[in-house]
Design a protein around this ligand. Structure first.
Ligand code: GZL
Length: 314
């Protein structure tokens, strides 16, 4: 009896080891950088998910430069990785390197942002619908201001799908309200420093901010920078100027609980699971949809303190 049990254990361990080996993928991950709180959460989440799955993740931080991402992808291809995750900093300029990955039969999953390339050149996109986020932000603002508001807009990184589509979705709704207008719009590059700097110029140009009804920021980090600028201009953010942004990072819930901002739309940073599942499915010859969508809800001050506590609990 004992021998049989032992044999069973050895066999079981062998099978488990073989399965682990079979699924021990090597994945290359080209990340944009660390420009925002959301980006660092996304990176941490994807690394943790890879570790949990026993995936050998080759991580490359592009420091916001597309040429570094293209270099990283070519290195992953040369290493013969099983799959590639790419968070494309901008929409254009990817066709050639995506073709090289396709020719090498390495599936590419776009995480978090999209590309303006033939969809046959990548396996899938795991990202939210940025246009929907923009429309949701504008619909909330229209209701909050009874459809009468002069708006300043802090755009994300120029040429990024997130900035392009968040702008498009917001404008599509605002165009239905004759008394709502975007009076100034400029990129703050998704950073706090960028948001503060551009908001300072908006305030100076708009009578110290007195003619600004609201700020729409494409991400929370720019909104948090703008809040600093609004306070330094002697105005009350969240009261004198209504603010809505996107990401749902912990600090925005703190600011909301303090009455300094009015709304945020959550962006899911946990994109590793669906991305790795898509690569596994492709390896098993299964069909994978071209877009795996992950949209988040809108949050308002009434739940901000609880949300902050939840996101910062140790
Ligand atoms: C959107 C993502 C954006 C975030 C920013 O999916 O690409 O980039 O909203 C980040 O915080 O910089």
């Amino acid at each position: 009896m004992l021998n049989k049990t032992l044999a069973g254990l050895v066999l079981g361990a062998g099978v488990a080891f073989a399965c682990a080996q079979a699924s021990a993928l090597t994945i290359g991950f080209s990340q944009i950088g660390s420009e925002s709180g959301w980006r660092t959460s996304e990176t941490a989440s994807i690394k943790a998910e890879a570790e949990k799955r026993g995936i050998d993740l080759k991580f490359s931080d592009a420091q916001q430069k597309q040429e570094n991402q293209i270099k990283a992808l070519r290195s992953f291809i040369a290493q013969g990785v099983d799959g590639i995750l790419l968070a494309p900093v901008v929409e254009t300029g990817w066709d050639q390197v995506l073709k090289e990955a396709k020719d090498a039969k390495i599936p590419v999953v776009l995480v978090d942002r999209g590309v303006a390339a033939d969809p046959s050149l990548y396996l899938t996109k795991v990202a939210s619908d940025f246009a929907e986020e923009g429309s949701l932000a504008a619909s909330w603002l229209a209701a909050h201001t009874n459809g009468k508001c002069d708006i300043v807009e802090l755009q994300g990184t120029v040429g990024s799908s997130a900035a392009i589509d968040r702008k498009k979705g917001f404008e599509a709704v605002v165009s239905n309200f004759p008394n709502m207008k975007i009076i100034r719009s400029q990129s703050g590059d998704f950073t706090r420093a960028g948001g503060k700097e551009v908001m300072e110029s908006f305030l100076k140009a708009e009578n110290g901010g007195k003619s600004i009804c609201a700020l729409y920021a494409h991400n929370d980090d720019m909104a948090l920078g703008a809040i600093q600028a609004i306070k330094e201009a002697g105005l009350k953010p969240g009261k004198d100027i209504t603010i809505i942004s996107i990401d749902g990072v912990p600090d925005i819930f703190k600011a909301m609980a303090d009455g300094e901002t009015n709304a945020t739309i959550e962006l899911n940073p946990h994109l590793g699971g669906p991305s790795f599942d898509a690569i596994n499915a492709a390896k098993e010859g299964k069909e994978v949809p071209k877009w795996i969508k992950a949209n988040g809800p809108l949050y308002l001050p009434d739940t901000a303190a609880a949300e902050y506590a939840k996101r910062t609990a140790k």
